[in-house]
Design a protein around this ligand. Structure first.
Ligand SMILES: [Zn+2]
Length: 79
């Protein structure tokens, strides 16, 4: 987190973490590209997301794992 600043207040007191569903047995929240597939059996992989909270103002920044996102986009394009 060196050099990182809060987008809302500019603070540098940032703490990494993750978004949770709120229910213990459900997976961590993730991002899925919209492929138009509405099937329950859609196999499009999820992109894991990481979150950082600013301990000065409470703002939460969410970032997707870019490497896995690019790999997924390429797979979708090749399908
Ligand atoms: Zn802040």
């Amino acid at each position: 987190m060196d050099g990182a600043k809060c987008f809302k207040c500019g603070g540098t007191n940032l703490k990494p973490g993750e978004l949770r569903s709120g229910l213990v047995f459900l997976p961590v929240s993730a991002f899925r590209f919209d492929t138009g597939n509405r099937s329950l059996f859609d196999k499009t992989p999820d992109v894991l997301i990481n979150a950082t909270m600013c301990l000065d103002c409470g703002f939460v920044e969410i970032l997707g794992n870019l490497k896995s996102a690019k790999a997924i986009v390429q797979k979708i394009a090749e399908a």
